[in-house]
Write a protein that binds this ligand. Structure first.
Ligand code: GTR
Length: 322
C-alpha cells in the first residue's frame, strides 16, 4: 500500500498530456479563494471544463501562492503562469495605454464603468496588452478605491506628508504627489504589517480588500473619496494561448466573459457585506470631505496623459460613453 501512492504519482507525471487529451492551465490570484475575483476565475475554470468536455482543466492558485501581483505579471508574460487575475493599475507600467484606467475620478459611477469596459472601448483596451505578450480576456469590477488611514482625512491639506501605500504603478505615485501625500509602493501582502509597524500611515482600496486583509484593524478611518475605479482584468499568457486550438481559445475567452458576468452578481453583495463587517468592528467612515479640492488637485495628471493624442482620444471616448 505504501508504494502505491508514489507509484500512481509517478505514473501521473509521466503520462503524456496529449494521451489524456487534457490541457492544464494554472491560474493565479493574490486574493484568497473565497474573494470574489478568485470565485469568478474558479467559475471560469468550471465553465472551461464543461465547454471542453474536460479537455481543458484549470487549477486555481489563490492567496498569492504563485507570488505577489508584480511577480505574477512577469511570470504570465514569460509563460510560467497561464491565466492571471490582476488589477489593471500595475499593468499600466507595462502597457502604458492602460494607465488611463487608473486616472482618478475617471468613471462617473458603476454603470458608466460597465458601459465602457463591456463595449468597444473595453475591447480596444484589452488589445493594448497584445504587444506585451498577454492576451486580455475580460475585465472585472473592482468597485471604488478610497483612503484608509490612522488619522482622519477631511480636507486635502490632511493628506499632506501622509505615507500612503500604493500599488506598484507610476500613476498612483503621481496621484499621491498631486494630493500632497508620500506614495509608498509595495506589494499587497506587505501592507498589513507596514500599517502595524508604522512604516505607512495608510493605504487605499475597496471595501472587500480593506476587510479581507484585516487592514481595518490597523487603519480605522475610511474616507469615502472614491478616487479610483480601476478594474480587475483576467489575462492569459500569449505563449499558453498560442498552444491552444482555435476551439479552446474560443472557450477560454467565452468563459472569461462569463466570469465577468458572474462577478457582477457577487461583487456588490460582497461590498455591502464587507462594509457592514468593518462598521461592526468599529471603523469610522468619513463621507463629508471636500471632494472638489481632491478632483482639482489631480487635474494635472489628465493634462499630462492627454499630451498623447491617442490617449486624449481614449479619455474623451470614455467620458462621452453613456
Ligand atoms: C485589490 C486588487 C488586487 C491588488 C490589491 C492591491 O483591490 O483586487 O489585485 O491590486 O488591490 O492594492 O495591491
Amino acid at each position: 500500500m505504501r508504494l502505491i501512492t508514489p507509484f500512481l504519482t509517478f505514473l501521473w507525471l509521466i503520462l503524456p498530456l496529449q494521451v489524456l487529451g487534457q490541457v492544464f492551465l494554472r491560474a493565479a490570484d493574490v486574493h484568497p479563494s473565497q474573494y470574489p475575483t478568485a470565485q469568478s476565475v474558479i467559475y471560469m475554470g468550471k465553465r472551461i471544463a464543461e465547454m471542453s468536455n474536460n479537455d481543458l482543466v484549470m487549477k486555481h492558485y489563490a492567496a498569492a501562492q504563485l507570488g505577489q501581483e508584480k511577480d505574477t505579471i512577469l511570470a504570465t508574460i514569460f509563460g510560467a503562469i497561464d491565466i492571471n487575475r490582476i488589477n489593471v493599475a500595475p499593468l499600466g507600467n507595462i502597457a502604458q495605454e492602460l494607465q488611463v484606467l487608473s486616472l482618478p475620478y475617471l468613471f462617473r459611477d458603476q454603470d458608466h464603468m460597465y458601459s465602457v469596459l463591456e463595449g468597444e472601448i473595453g475591447e480596444q483596451l484589452l488589445d493594448y496588452l497584445t504587444p506585451h505578450h498577454l492576451v486580455g480576456l475580460a475585465f472585472l469590477d473592482s468597485g471604488a478605491r478610497s483612503f484608509y488611514t490612522k488619522k482622519p482625512i477631511n480636507k486635502l491639506s490632511d493628506m499632506k506628508g501622509l505615507k500612503i501605500r500604493v500599488q506598484n504603478t507610476d500613476m498612483f505615485v503621481r496621484m499621491m504627489d498631486a494630493l500632497g501625500a508620500n506614495a509608498t509602493p509595495m506589494s499587497f501582502g506587505q501592507v498589513y504589517e507596514s500599517l502595524l509597524t508604522g512604516v505607512i500611515d495608510g493605504a487605499e482600496n475597496n471595501w472587500p480588500s480593506y476587510v479581507s486583509t484585516r487592514h481595518f484593524e490597523a487603519a480605522k478611518y475610511y474616507t469615502l473619496d472614491r478616487h479610483s475605479m480601476v478594474p480587475e482584468v483576467i489575462v492569459m499568457s500569449e505563449e499558453s494561448w498560442n498552444k491552444l486550438s482555435k476551439e479552446h481559445q474560443f472557450i477560454v475567452k467565452k468563459a472569461a466573459k462569463e466570469a465577468s458576468k458572474h462577478m457582477r452578481v457577487i461583487w456588490n453583495e460582497r461590498v455591502n457585506k464587507a462594509k457592514a463587517q468593518a462598521i461592526q468592528a468599529g471603523i469610522i467612515i468619513n463621507e463629508n470631505i471636500e471632494l472638489d479640492e481632491f478632483v482639482r488637485a489631480v487635474e494635472p495628471l489628465y493634462q499630462d496623459v492627454m499630451q498623447d493624442p491617442e490617449l486624449a482620444d481614449l479619455i474623451t471616448k470614455i467620458r462621452e460613453a453613456r
